[in-house]
Design a protein around this ligand. Sequence first.
Ligand code: ZN
Length: 225
Amino acid sequence: VGVPILCYHKIGDPKGRSLNVLERDFLRQVGFLRRRGFRLAALDHFGTLPPRCAILTFDDVYVTTAEALLKVERDLDLSGTVFPVTACVGEVSEWDRDRARPLADWETLARLRDAGFEIGNHSETHRDLDEADDQELREEIIRAESELASRLGVSVRTMAYPYGRFDARALDVLRKRGYVAAVTTRSGIARRRGDPFRLPRIKISYSDGVGGLLYKMYIRPVLRV
Ligand SMILES: [Zn+2]
């Protein structure tokens, strides 16, 4: 059995795109994982996870997502990894274009860190790394990393590729800098012995609820669709 890595974007904002998830549905999904005996972990533990773990990941860290996580983390004993875009912290998600939404500020990210969430790298500007030249690619990764280190005092060890896009150059930079795992937007359940720098995830969307999560965890992998 592999490791389900759930991929969330916006929680608590019903307007807009299909990747928004209602807080109620998020709570039900976490409850479902717990009832199935899953422990929750952060991505930086990927290589050393005990059996039956799931990883929650939150890309971009919208204000509504951060608020929802901070509201429920203590009751639920949540754990997971948040991926802010360092140049846009406290601003809006310009890459969402006409659906841009406010992003959590540094103070809120510090509260998430204090609540036990791992802070991961999601690049400096949400640039498509596939299209960046060598120097831009390095800067996107390294500048984000140093900004997170200086603002939050964290040593970053994981990456979520913007748009899920990456190539061999990005993998090389991450490996050399001592990263331990990176997630893509490819659908699937991560295998423990798979390449830790090309990990697939289970993308959670608005309509999933518990049924959709169950389907994506247990049925879709068997159907290979
Ligand atoms: Zn993103």
